[in-house]
Design a binder for this molecule. Structure first.
Ligand SMILES: Cc1cc2nc3c(=O)[nH]c(=O)nc-3n(C[C@H](O)[C@H](O)[C@H](O)COP(=O)(O)O)c2cc1C
Length: 198
């Protein structure tokens, strides 16, 4: 399970939050890496599957220098990011007109490009309160989503499945694996054993 954490900070708050998320996600079994936001442009970013973004706001609702090139590369793109999961923490201060402007515009853009927002954006006012709880929840939801459930969605699609798990999901339909008796389970899960089907 991979997680890429991108941050943009000016005085260090967002960096500190990103570092905590890095440690927590590693403890939870993720192969996580942390980057300055400008290390990515749209092309490289679009290849990421699981992303956490931590950004503060500077100037007048702007992305900090450390992320401005990334934002310029993202801002006018329209290529969809449907295979990506993301969560975002926005740091800011309500004394400014454009509260959490940077985090808001990045997450609104990602929503528009259909990157899957797996939990709601956190907006912090003047401090980093709530970031620990958000990080724990984000890691849990992401883990469940990745390793989780083979049940088919109502549309019959299973984005995270490989061919074997797609076959299994098709046979399971909307049933929970624990409700299936042993003989039927043997047949359903046969693709994973490498034995051919009858
Ligand atoms: C010069 C300056 C401009 C700022 N502009 C905004 C702003 O437009 N909107 C906002 O919500 N917060 C703004 N902030 C608040 C910061 O985003 C907030 O203090 C944040 O926690 C800083 O995080 P960082 O240390 O990671 O950069 C500004 C702060 C400074 C010093």
């Amino acid at each position: 399970m991979k997680l890429d954490i991108l941050y943009a900070s000016t005085t260090g708050n967002a960096e500190m939050v990103a570092k905590k998320l890095l440690l927590l996600s590693k403890e939870a079994g993720f192969q996580s890496r942390m980057y300055e936001m400008n290390d990515f442009d749209f092309e490289s970013f679009s290849k990421l599957k699981n992303v956490a973004i931590v950004t503060s706001t500077y100037g007048d609702g702007d992305v900090p220098d450390m992320g401005i090139d990334f934002w310029k590369s993202l801002e006018f793109r329209d290529t969809k990011l449907v295979n990506q999961n993301y969560g975002l923490i926005a740091l800011g201060d309500r004394s400014h007109d454009k509260f959490c402007g940077a985090g808001r515009k990045i997450s609104m853009k990602l929503d528009k490009l259909e990157s899957n927002r797996i939990i709601d954006r956190l907006e912090c006012d003047g401090d980093t309160e709530g970031t620990y709880e958000w990080s724990i929840k984000f890691i849990k939801v992401l883990k469940d989503k990745i390793s989780g459930n083979l049940k088919m969605s109502p549309s019959g699609t299973c984005e995270t499945c490989n061919n074997d798990s797609k076959k299994i999901a098709n046979k399971l339909k909307n049933r929970d694996p624990k409700d299936i008796n042993f003989n039927e389970a043997k047949k359903i899960f046969r693709p994973l054993t490498g034995k051919s089907e009858d």
